[in-house]
Design a protein around this ligand. Structure first.
Ligand code: ZN
Ligand code: ZN
Length: 306
């Protein structure tokens, strides 16, 4: 299961109610901050999330409304808050601009207060644990090296406790061994195999996060069967021409992608000050009913829906 917490949901400039792009994806003790618009550190404080464990930052692209908050964040780390390390992931040209901001403006010859790594990533998996993976994929927007991210739980066979009870498997290490795929022998010599107590393979939860994007055709494959798709919605259909001119999407385009990719839930973000939230929602829901428009501090859980 994943959780996504929206810290900033405004497009291009903040509004009274919406901060600039930032969201945190959580899984167990892991935290991934995706984008870091201006003001993100205050949103982090206000959300109660805290800075601890917030050591991984993934960047969708290098536009200022998605990266300027890194300067303030690092400045705070220089004086106040301590984190063990900071790993920033993004495409080449995104990291070039971030390097200028952090080393040219904030640090200016000083050492970072913690190990600071700018990790260039290309489309493909770049972070894995025993039970989930994070994969980058290419997104078309203004400028090169724009990326989106897929968080996917590994497929697992669920443990069936009633079967284990029936077979007399005691609680404790025996059950752990079976879950780990090891055969066990009970006190009476009876052998139990993992197949005896594990159900059929089940896919893990899938969360797809797209930052700014100018078209959706190349997002169809990667969004297939996602439990939740998060995507920008800077314009409404009435200004579709302007959307395409500035390489952004309309609510309608996001909703059509959700339908075509067969996702379970759609969350729209990167909302422009020029529209009312309810109009964005209405346009998308007419096409894909299970749509939400994210507000700052909204949080959603992503589970595998059967
Ligand atoms: Zn943007
Ligand atoms: Zn952008």
């Amino acid at each position: 299961m994943f959780e996504i917490l929206f810290l900033g949901t405004s497009a291009s400039a903040p509004s009274a109610k919406r901060g600039l792009s930032a969201q945190v994806v959580k899984h167990d003790e892991f935290r991934f901050l995706i984008d870091c618009g201006e003001g993100t550190q205050r949103q982090i404080l206000q959300s109660g999330l805290g800075f601890k464990n917030l050591t991984r930052i993934l960047l969708t692209h290098g536009h200022l409304d998605h990266i300027l908050g890194l300067g303030g964040l690092l400045s705070t780390f220089l004086r106040w808050e301590a984190v063990d390390k900071l790993e920033i992931y993004g495409g080449r040209s995104t990291l070039d601009r971030v390097h200028d901001l952090l080393y040219g403006v904030v640090l200016r010859g000083n050492q970072p207060p913690m190990p600071l790594h700018l990790n260039e990533i290309k489309p493909g998996p770049f972070f894995e644990t025993d039970d989930f993976t994070v994969t980058a994929f290419p997104v078309s927007h203004r400028g090169p090296d724009c990326l989106g991210f897929v968080f996917e739980g590994r497929a697992r066979r669920p443990f069936l406790p009633e079967k284990a009870d029936e077979l007399g498997v005691p609680f404790g290490p025996e059950r752990r061994d079976l879950v780990a795929g090891r055969e066990i022998t009970l006190g009476d010599g009876k052998r139990i195999t993992p197949d005896d107590v594990l159900g059929p393979l089940r896919k893990g939860a899938k969360l797809v996060v797209v930052g700014d994007a100018g078209k959706t055709e190349n997002l169809l494959e990667v969004s297939k069967d996602a439990d939740t798709l998060v995507i920008e919605s800077t314009y409404l259909d009435e200004e579709a021409e302007m959307a395409s001119q500035f390489h952004h999407l309309t609510a309608r385009q996001g909703a059509e992608l959700a339908v075509n990719a067969g996702v379970k839930k759609l969350i729209l973000t990167h909302i422009s000050r020029r529209y009312r939230e309810k109009d964005v929602l209405k346009e998308a829901q007419a096409i894909f009913p299970n749509t939400a428009v994210a507000r700052d501090f909204d949080s959603f859980q992503i589970k595998r829906e059967e």
